[in-house]
Design a protein. Structure first.
Length: 404
């Protein structure tokens, strides 16, 4: 997925000209648009990775109130023998029956589907894209009106949810106690009047600029959206880069003039601070410093995925560049099977006889049989001219691959 596919039918050019950091955008999509990102089967699969979750990475809320960890977790030992609070499936089910919303934090590298949206945002230069999953139930709200300290890209993957978008916007807040200390009374006053109500349906996307006030309520019996937070490079990050650079400037390493209350001491301090300010302005124009800043912005993304160990050893064909975590997988059970040519035809030997293949099918079958498993999506990407679904069905029927 890239930004154009994520925004379609809105073009990236229109988005950057009219919406980015300016105003909210609701993009309607079909039910299939984000089917590969996440679904109920994938959610259950992730939650069943019990040892990967703690009371910090998985949280529960009931109508805006956080549920204490001891009510849905049990004390457990981590795999490195450290004590932690680990979510318990039975307790979790009890709270979900009451209507508790579930928040699964930092999921953007857990499946190819989840990582795909992050990669699209990061590839467009929108900053580091971190993702949380929000699961909520009809008429139960997880959070009151609030703003986020990053741009929000809400991808609706299941059900429906109504978002209240308010007119108020905090001026480019950051994750700092100055902003985190603001209480709900402040938010209720600052959110202003209701700007619009947006009903997000499965396959829809909602973009909210940083600081924009909003809240949401599930309309369908169940709702799931993945909120991607795009953390852009800020002006404050330039100060950190300049901090590294002034290490090489002696005037920044020297003590400041001692202050004894005299006019001469104050003048000396004013002169020194002014000189340092002028030096910072000079460094900010230095082509080498600007090149470092440009590189920092270009590389401001999380690094995730890319592993293919058997291919690295030359023991199997490299994986196709796309995969669907929700798709049905096929495990290769006929180790060593390869298509062979018989005159103008290609065939695969099976226990039930020879399976005739077209040349393109033979090439695709050779590729997938050299792997331990494959999905229909991966096969289709690797060999777009082949009917991946039909070929996998024939191979499964011949006992060469096993669905599951």
């Amino acid at each position: 997925m890239n930004l154009a596919e994520l925004l379609a039918p809105v073009s990236p050019e229109t988005f950057f000209a009219e919406y980015h950091d300016k105003q909210p955008l609701h993009v309607k999509g079909g039910a299939a648009k984000f089917a590969a990102v996440l679904g109920w089967r994938g959610i259950n699969r992730l939650l069943d990775m019990t040892h990967a979750w703690s009371s910090q990475s998985l949280k529960l809320y009931l109508d805006g109130t956080p549920i204490p960890a001891e009510q849905y977790c049990v004390s457990a030992l981590s795999r490195d023998a450290q004590t932690l609070m680990q979510p318990d499936a039975a307790k979790l089910a009890q709270h979900i029956a009451r209507g508790c919303s579930v928040v699964m934090n930092d999921v953007d590298s857990l499946t190819p589907g989840l990582a795909g949206v992050s990669a699209a945002l990061e590839g467009a230069g929108l900053g580091k894209a971190q993702a949380n999953v929000y699961i909520s139930w009809q008429s139960h709200k997880a959070f009151p009106a609030h703003y986020d300290t990053h741009d929000v890209w809400a991808v609706q993957v299941e059900g429906e949810k109504t978002w209240n978008i308010w007119e108020g916007r905090a001026e480019w807040p950051i994750s700092h106690p100055v902003f985190r200390s603001q209480d709900q009374a402040h938010h209720e006053q600052a959110k202003g009047r209701l700007r619009e109500k947006v009903l997000l349906k499965t396959g829809d996307l909602l973009y909210l600029p940083r600081g924009w006030y909003h809240d949401a309520l599930a309309e369908a019996p169940a709702s799931v959206h993945v909120a991607y937070g795009a953390h852009a490079v800020l002006g404050m990050d330039v100060m950190n880069i300049l901090m590294e650079r002034v290490l090489y400037e002696t005037s920044f390493r020297q003590p400041l003039p001692r202050q004894d209350g005299s006019a001469a001491a104050k003048f000396a301090l004013t002169q020194r601070v002014g000189q340092m300010g002028a030096k910072l302005a000079e460094l900010a124009r230095d082509p080498k410093v600007l090149s470092v800043i440009e590189g920092f912005i270009a590389g401001h993304r999380f690094h995730r995925g890319g592993n293919d160990l058997l291919a690295a050893r030359g023991l199997m064909a490299p994986a196709a560049p796309a995969g669907d975590a929700e798709a049905l997988g096929f495990r290769v059970i006929a180790a060593g099977a390869r298509p062979v040519r018989r005159g103008a035809e290609w065939v695969l030997k099976t226990e039930g006889g020879a399976l005739a293949l077209a040349p393109a099918e033979a090439e695709a079958a050779g590729w997938l049989l050299a792997r331990p498993d494959v999905t229909e999506a991966e096969l289709q990407v690797a060999y777009p001219a082949v009917d991946a679904k039909a070929l996998l069905a024939r191979l499964a029927g011949a006992g060469l691959v096993l669905a599951g």
